[in-house]
Design a protein around this ligand. Structure first.
Ligand code: OFO
Length: 172
């Protein structure tokens, strides 16, 4: 059974993950609007990942006898000054999510909730990849600078990003 403090914090994380999906959906729309279809595709895959993350946390709350309480989703930013600025915002957001997950793990540890602490390990590990993937895009866009040919190639490459694997909702 989840303790109320842990249940409240995990419900907060569901909101963070759903907001992440919302933010990246807004980036899909931005990239479509500037005709960068490959980056839009990359962000669509990110939306799917975040939906899976949100669902995993929600299913875990319910599997532990807690109550999943869905909260309002904040309005995400709608426009960015450049593709670089959008990916930098995505990286900053992933760093924020890493901090949220670290705080959750610390809480699970201090509450001696080892089932939750173990569950969160998957997310903490996943964040290493999430930050690295986004940072990779930031760095490549920096290298491309104002060269439209390089941007075209990067956009084409981003369009090849595979869809995330659909895992069992409560499993890894
Ligand atoms: Fe992008 O990260 Fe979820 O957890």
């Amino acid at each position: 059974m989840l303790k109320p403090k842990m249940e409240e914090a995990l419900n907060g994380q569901v909101n963070e993950e759903v907001f992440s999906a919302y933010l990246y959906a807004s980036m899909v729309s931005y990239f479509e609007s500037v005709n960068l279809k490959g980056f839009a595709h990359w962000m669509r895959m990110q939306v799917l990942e975040e939906q899976i993350h949100g669902q995993k946390v929600g299913e875990f709350i319910m599997a532990r006898g807690g109550r999943l309480r869905l909260r309002a989703i904040a309005e995400p930013q709608q426009d960015w000054a450049s593709p670089s600025a959008a990916f930098e915002a995505a990286l900053q957001h992933e760093q924020h999510i890493t901090e949220c997950l670290n705080n959750l793990s610390t809480l699970a540890f201090s509450e001696q909730d080892h089932a939750t602490r173990t569950f969160l390990e998957w997310f903490v590990t996943e964040q290493v990849e999430e930050e690295a993937n986004t940072d990779n895009m930031v760095q490549q866009l920096k290298l491309a600078g104002d060269a439209s040919g390089a941007l075209f190639l990067l956009d084409r490459e981003a369009g090849q990003r595979p869809a995330p694997a659909i895992a069992a909702p409560t499993g890894a």
